[in-house]
Design a protein around this ligand. Sequence first.
Ligand SMILES: [Zn+2]
Length: 105
Amino acid sequence: MSESRIDSIVASGSVKKMLFMPSGKSLWIVVGKDNEYWTDPDLGFCTCKDFYFTTLSGGSDCYHLKSVKKAAEENRFMTIRFDDSEYVQFLQALADDSASLLGSS
Ligand SMILES: [Zn+2]
């Protein structure tokens, strides 16, 4: 995966931080061409197929993880605020998306 691809993802504002208040919990989302991916740089986790098939079997981080790490380092991401009451609903939606994404292969 080339550096320039990661640069362009960060530059285009595709990295978003969902911030839940008042708890301050956050989730990172990377908007891809067809899907949004839930990426957790602390856990080293992503919902994309690359992560599932490559990173998990000892390969390098997927480009979402790399993009989130770069965006966080350079403070170049969009923050979207939500209420804590939406957190569980949000996780559920992400889980459903990921299940259908992986199931479609
Ligand atoms: Zn990914």
